[in-house]
Design a protein around this ligand. Sequence first.
Ligand SMILES: N[C@@H](CCC(=O)N[C@@H](CS)C(=O)NCC(=O)O)C(=O)O
Length: 203
Amino acid sequence: MKLYYLPGACSLADHIVLEWIGQPYETYRVAREELGSPEYLRINPSGAVPALQEDDGWVLTENAAILNYLADKFPEAKLGGDGSLRGRAEANRWLAYINSDLHPLYKPVFRPDRFIEDEAAQETLRRNAVLRLRGYYERLDAQLVGKDWLAGSRSFVDPYLFVVNRWAIAKGVDLDGLDQLTRFQQRMLEDVGVKAAMQQESL
Ligand SMILES: N[C@@H](CCC(=O)N[C@@H](CS)C(=O)NCC(=O)O)C(=O)O
């Protein structure tokens, strides 16, 4: 099993999950210039990470699919919720929230030039996206009140939250007063699996 990743990108969530699972895996660090190469586009036609390749050559892309696949492939790691139908639904609820609402809002933050040519407009777009992100983190913070893990028990969504929290800090999203998120992030930073994945990605 091989994970294709870019350091600190959303693929770090899968990397941490692989560490938590504790079974052998390989990684391939994709260079930014490689994303659009014919070789990499055969792995992921979207030219993005993550991609997970099984030993027989089968490739799975899309973070939500990969995280669910890993949880099902290694049920003993208990990363798909608390084992109940509703627990799995909760893990997927928060995965969908981060993957399909919050994460796309970072696209104009990281690459405003992909949306608009004018440089002043790019800065306005970037700033507005950063301001808008605050509301998404407020909801995540509220969800963590009285909980150590986003879905109640530790699941595949927690490493994804860790990743987008790192982005918030790096890009100046206002996280003031969001104490649950700070507490969560601190605990994750002390986690052995998180540390191992970050070290492998030179973060
Ligand atoms: N829908 C994809 C999106 C993946 C995605 O946005 N990956 C980013 C890194 S976090 C990427 O590879 N970006 C490269 C680029 O856009 O050039 C998924 O959820 O897996």
